[in-house]
Design a protein around this ligand. Structure first.
Ligand SMILES: Nc1ncnc2c1ncn2[C@@H]1O[C@H](COP(=O)(O)OP(=O)(O)O)[C@@H](O)[C@H]1O
Ligand SMILES: [Mg+2]
Length: 340
């Protein structure tokens, strides 16, 4: 019985990321001799995403969010690990099949200036995914173009203009339109509103949520601030130096943040309820880097609650006994290695 539930649970997952690793070659110039080392941008990340679910991937700049997103979208090859999409491992597929599956995973980028070709008119940018994949006749492509412009809230005459003629918010509408052209199942939205004015952010988030509903999209929503994530995501994964340190339902993470890093992130977010007091101070600037990772827990060098064990051993992600959907990688909850 339990086994059949497990099988069902597996089938409903659209995306299953297992032990994903990306190391970049890096030349360290310390002393006289440059040394080749690995920059461990993503270092064993696992999570899954159900159909129509929105999962937030949160962490400070440089923790490996974009690299994770790009590997899932097929824009970077993983060093190790598996990306299962509907149970099929994308890293081991033939190029033809990979291309077919890749259509169903699209990415929205933070920087709309560099992600939209400045020499192409918006009509051509939006039709490009259809042309590259040889989908539809010229008439059908024009019809889809008109439809998508309407859906993302751009006037029909936008098709004949260049990206630089648009504001940041409008350019992000173009980026969203391009990602949706092929009716994907999964969208990786990489800090889609971080570069926009605060007044525009809410409009773009509302548009994304509307379209997520219409297109029944699963979404990996990458962000570095938790207040946006709280408004958008059902579940959150907190990332620190290439690893997920805490994951759970958004409400549970906000109500009972467990990891000292999550607490520090949360204390940087304005809290609407003055009764809620977070005791952990914000993280110090003394960050470790993905090149020189400390032994033990990666956060230990900055953690106000670090114990001797934290400098010796790396904690695994372990479910909270009271709430198994909420997991944390921290010895404060797992002192003897047998769970929280
Ligand atoms: N193409 C690359 N070559 C070398 N290092 C990279 C490359 N892309 C990212 N990195 C490094 O990997 C780490 C993670 O980067 P990134 O995934 O962009 O982080 P985030 O999106 O969380 O800010 C950073 O230290 C960054 O400098
Ligand atoms: Mg990034």
């Amino acid at each position: 019985m339990i086994e059949s539930f497990r099988v069902m649970a597996k089938v409903t997952q659209l995306l299953d990321v297992r032990d994903l690793v990306k190391h970049f070659p890096y030349v360290q110039r310390r002393g006289c001799f440059p040394k080749k080392v690995a920059l461990r941008a993503v270092d064993g990340v696992s999570f899954s995403l159900a159909r129509k679910e929105v999962l937030g991937l949160v962490g400070e700049s440089g923790c490996g969010k974009t690299t994770t997103g790009k590997m899932i979208a097929g824009l970077l090859n993983p060093t190790d690990g598996e990306i299962l999409f509907e149970g099929e491992n994308l890293t081991g597929l033939s190029s033809g099949k990979k291309r077919l599956l890749r259509r169903r995973i699209q990415m929205i980028f933070q920087d709309t200036v560099s992600s939209l070709n400045p020499r192409m008119k918006v009509g051509a940018i939006l039709q490009e995914p259809l042309l590259v994949n040889r989908i539809g006749t010229a008439k059908e492509r024009r019809e889809r173009l008109a439809e998508i412009l309407d859906e993302v809230g751009l006037p029909p005459d936008s098709a004949g203009r260049y990206p630089h003629e648009f504001s940041g918010g409008q350019r992000q509408r173009i980026g969203i339109g391009r990602a949706l052209m092929l009716h994907p199942d999964l969208v990786i939205a990489d800090e889609p509103v971080s570069a926009l004015d605060v007044s525009i952010q809410a409009q773009i988030i509302n548009l994304l949520l509307e379209l997520q509903d219409t297109y029944e999209l699963s979404m990996l929503f990458i962000a570095h601030d938790l207040s946006v994530v709280r408004a958008v995501c059902e579940r959150v994964a907190i990332m620190y130096l290439g690893r997920i340190v805490e994951t759970g339902d958004t409400e549970s993470i906000f109500a009972h943040p467990l990891h000292p890093y999550t607490r520090a992130l949360l204390s940087a977010v304005p809290v609407p309820d003055p009764a809620v007091k977070l005791s952990v101070p914000p993280t110090s600037d003394e960050a470790s880097s993905p090149v020189n990772l400390p032994s033990g827990c990666r956060f230990a060098t900055r953690c106000p609650q670090a114990m001797p064990l934290c400098h010796q051993k790396e904690p695994g992600l372990i479910p909270d006994r009271a709430e198994p959907s909420h997991s944390v990688a921290c010895f404060l909850y797992d002192n003897n290695g047998d769970g929280i």
